[in-house]
Design a protein. Sequence first.
Length: 430
Amino acid sequence: MRRAWPYLILLGIAFTVLYKYSEKQAAQHIDWSTDYSGRSKIPFGCYITRTIAPKITRNEVTTVSQTIYRQMRNNQNASFGMDDSAMIAMGMTESLFRNVDNTAYVFINSEFKPSALDVVALCHFVEQGNVAFISAHKFGMLSDTLGVKDHDFTYDNIDMDSALTLEGVVAGDYYTPQANLVHPKFRLDSFAIYDKAQRGRSFYDFDTTKTLVLGVDGHMRPNYIKVQFGNGYFLLHKLPEAFTNYYLSEERSGKYAVNALRYLPPMALWFDEFYKDGYVIHNDSRRYMLSEPALKLAYFIAIIFGGLVLLFGGKRMQRLVPVIKPLNNATLDFVEQIGALYYRQNNHHLIIQKKITYFLESVRCRFYVQTNVIDNTFVERISNLSGVPKSEVDKLFRAINYLKENARASETDLKNLERAIWEFNQKSKR
């Protein structure tokens, strides 16, 4: 064991240096990728939004990690021998999807790209009186379903009347998305600026009879609208970066995001974790541990340390420790032998005397009385203290007085005395 100490010291020093180096590297590296996940604490994750959502809506939040279709699919009803597409074509969505009440479904990602079945399921969900909040740059085929068109204000879409040169583009803030809300209760004193956002987008064509503008960009173009659909409505937002950790940590942009979420009614929330950038289904139970730098480092250190222990500790370090059997309880053996001796000699009188002596000692200890004189007063007192009927107590002590003087006691007398003492102890309250 002494030979292993130098190796253990060197191993400890190596682990300390490795740990300090990894901490330094982690502090220098900032992950600017966008994943919009409610579990992610990187700048463009949505951990803060996922955390404050219950406080805004005053309701619980459930994480959803599957498609809208699977979330809404009703597995209890029969399919009548048809596939889901055929049932949708025949307008049998009531049988295909389950009914959900008083719930808001929240989607935040750079692009919202649901399948056709997902769009049908989401429309059924909203039509029942629920709310779908979607913040994305593009809405896929949902835009056609709702009859909403949008603009992508990149360099190719700049109006030549307002910007003829690159300096004009920069001066016009075409590459710096801004946002504000319309309602006086939620409107900020000045626009929230999103200098690290990808691009500026807005809506330009929608049904004004069913649509209400809730927010605008820096050029007063709608970028946040409410679209009525059946008994519910869609909240469509064009700047998902507004709900990331980076901008929620700033005062003005953070206030904008909170006010934008206040349009969600006080309903139970489903927070989507499926329609995210780079979503991958992991079956590895270690995925969370490997996703955290500190836990990942600790995991690999444990593997390396375990390997070194197996390498250096493969040989036995000390001799076998002999097994020492515990000593037997000689007192119990002695009592058993003495009892057997009395029994084999048929000396019942001596055994009776010892049982009487032991019983009277127990009476003195339990009831705090003297046992020198056993008379009617003594019997009545023992009956009152023990709760045993006086007749039974009198019978017991009469037998004791008789057996004290009878030198020719039989085995039957011994058994009767043993039974009487046992019954007294069972009935006694003390």
